[in-house]
Design a protein. Structure first.
Length: 445
């Protein structure tokens, strides 16, 4: 259970436990000091009575009655006050009768020989005792003086209540102070966690360097790891792109040539199986590369505008107008969880394909629906029949043989969209009458 606690909770518990231990020790120590302080006045009175009785002793250990003096309250019976002189043969006493007493070592007073202790009277009352042993020719004599214990306990109990309340407030203040210190002290860790989240979502590419001195080594190591992973990712993507360019295009050309030369079905199936296997492994490699990055993000507004401008120039001779609709000026920018180069490739293929089939106009519309971004590319061309829609996304299939190309653009686009968890739907445009290709991509966090 403790292992699951946060650092904040662990430090709060540690501070509370340490504070509690300190407060318990402080209460015991302060209680002892208060007891000594309260006891001083009572001890002075008892020691005075013992001194009076000690001066009344004869050399043989007896007490001269004429010299016995009882201070006020010591001669009142059953009051808890009293004194006694105990010799070897006789005992003298006044006030309450003392039943028994025991020594408290902590109450010894050096120099006077007087010792403190606790005792009880015959009626069961607890008393505070002071006594001294005097050596005489007739044997040792013990002089005892005692007072009611409540004289000490009553003010101590009252003081303890105030003391405990004060210590409780101090403990609460300490815990609150520790919580405030932790909240302020752990803020850099929370900011660091948010910075890592921004890197994962694609909003940043490095951890900020303006960190406390204790966190700087960690930040430098994480940034170094990010750079290393980015370099490895770029190398992997470069190798994948080179492999795709080196294998898929010649293989597609070979497949088309075999079809045109009426090669045997077995030969064409063998090439098709080889193409599918290469495509499978290339896709797995790209998925692994994206999973390693985990922070793909592309702000699409500028990308769409750049692509429309570029493709407009490519199709300038045909006079086709490329436009973007449905996005008001000043609207917030949309971001998709797609690498920008892949987004350029898939959207460029779709816009270029629409431009090659359009008569006069191509429109691009962007809309956010929940956690996804919808991009619709419409044209005013002839459109596609229902039977052709399922075939057109297959590799090498071209509905219009008069146009240049190998027929792989839409198939690659579909593969890229599916790679990022999106969908591609082809339908007829309700506004322009031609084809409408709508891609749905996850919105970047």
């Amino acid at each position: 259970m403790i292992r699951r606690l946060s650092l904040h909770a662990r430090l709060i518990l540690l501070a509370a436990a340490t504070g509690l231990a300190i407060l318990v020790f402080a209460s015991i120590a302060i209680g002892g000091v208060l007891e000594r302080f309260v006891m001083v006045g009572v001890d002075k009175t008892l020691d005075t009575q013992i001194g009076v009785l000690e001066r009344a002793l004869e050399p043989d250990g007896s007490v001269a009655p004429a010299r016995i003096v009882s201070l006020p309250k010591f001669d009142t019976r059953d009051s808890g006050w009293g004194w006694a002189v105990r010799g070897t043969a006789r005992q003298w006493s006044s006030g309450s009768a003392l039943q028994s007493f025991r020594t408290r070592r902590t109450m010894r007073h050096s120099g006077t020989g007087i010792v403190g202790g606790r005792g009880r009277t015959n009626d069961g009352r607890a008393v505070h005792v002071r006594f001294v042993e005097v050596a005489t020719s007739g044997g040792p004599v013990t002089i005892i003086a005692f007072a009611p214990r409540e004289l000490i306990d009553a003010p101590l109990d009252a003081a303890r209540g105030t003391l405990l309340a004060s210590l409780g407030l101090i403990a609460f203040a300490l815990v609150m102070s520790t919580a405030a210190q932790l909240r302020y002290g752990l803020q850099p860790l929370r900011r660091l966690s948010n910075a890592v989240a921004r890197i994962r979502s694609g909003e940043a590419d490095r951890l900020p360097a303006n960190q406390p001195r204790e966190l700087l080594p960690l930040v430098e190591e994480v940034n170094g790891l990010i750079d290393q992973n980015r370099t490895s990712l770029e190398q992997a993507r470069r190798h994948v792109a080179n492999l795709a360019h080196g294998l898929k295009t010649p293989l597609a050309t070979l497949s088309l040539r075999l079809a045109r030369e009426n090669a045997s079905v077995e030969t064409r199936k063998l090439v098709e199986a080889l193409d599918q296997r290469i495509a499978h492994h290339l896709q797995r490699a790209r998925i692994g590369a994206h999973a390693a990055s985990g922070r793909a993000r592309t702000e699409i507004d500028g990308v769409i505008d750049d692509l429309l401008g570029t493709i407009q120039q490519i199709h300038r001779a045909s006079g086709i107008r490329f436009s973007r609709v449905g996005v008001p000026i000043g609207a917030p920018s949309y971001a998709v969880a797609v690498e920008q180069r892949d987004f350029d490739e898939l959207l460029g293929n779709l816009i270029d394909n629409a431009g090659r089939h359009a008569r006069s106009e191509v429109r691009v519309a962007v809309e956010q629906v929940g956690p996804r971004i919808l991009i619709a590319i419409e044209d005013d061309g002839p459109g596609m029949a229902e039977a052709d829609i399922a075939r057109v996304v297959e590799a090498g299939v071209r509905l219009d043989e008069s146009l240049p190309g190998f027929g792989f653009g839409l198939a690659i686009t579909t593969e890229l969209v599916q790679l990022y968890g999106g969908t591609l739907v082809i339908a007829r445009s309700a506004t322009l009458g031609g084809a409408c290709v709508t891609i749905s991509l996850p919105r970047a966090g």
